[in-house]
Design a protein around this ligand. Sequence first.
Ligand code: SF4
Ligand code: FES
Length: 245
Amino acid sequence: MNLTLKIWRQKGPSVKGKLVTYEVSDISTDMSFLEMLDVLNEKLILDGDDPVAFDHDCREGICGACGVVINGVAHGPLQTTTCQLHMRSFADGDTIDIEPWRAGAFPVVKDLVVDRSAFDRIIQAGGYITAPTGTAPDAHAVPIPKRDADHAFDAATCIGCGACVAACPNGSAMLFTAAKITHLGLLPQGEAERERRVVRMVEQMDSEGFGMCSNEGECEAVCPKEIPISNIARMNRDFLKAIVS
Ligand code: SF4
Ligand code: FES
């Protein structure tokens, strides 16, 4: 495939950015979207130009690092991560717009790389449990109803990619924060800090400048791990319970 790419280029956080047009050729439909960007970057380096900065690590849909907005949609046309999106989702001759996550709480570092450390600080505020150290207990020592275990596991699949924030018109991080709170709050091991956790994590989320939820549902629609917004309702219930008790 031959493609035209319009890529957001920005040298640094306080420098004005702009879309720059590039042509790439001989792109295989089997390449991932990131491999297509690698082809562009190899060409830019050979030409003595500055390669496009983009974040990535696992390239297996696990680490959550690789998020970009493709043709106006977080992670592009499929509900998956950018590294798991393949060029067969595009057609020869297409023009593709590629931009970084757009959210006040995710400032641009360079080109397509944004600073998502606000998520780390939300986790630091309460995304942990207190457990005695020592040898690992038997797996069946603490019985957990299967429904709770499944629900907690589903919430734990959140990879912290930030697509939910990028897609939300309010730049809200509620789906991410709710997933982390649900994951720990549903298990007996997370019960001890349940009230403190929800209050601290929500307060940290607010202090980072993320917006509020207005039930748009855009977060759920782009989440590569299909985290449902019912987690947000659950977090709100937990938060209210914690502040009135
Ligand atoms: S809730 Fe979904 S979209 Fe948001 S950070 Fe987690 S995995 Fe990414
Ligand atoms: S590079 Fe790890 S999820 Fe895409």
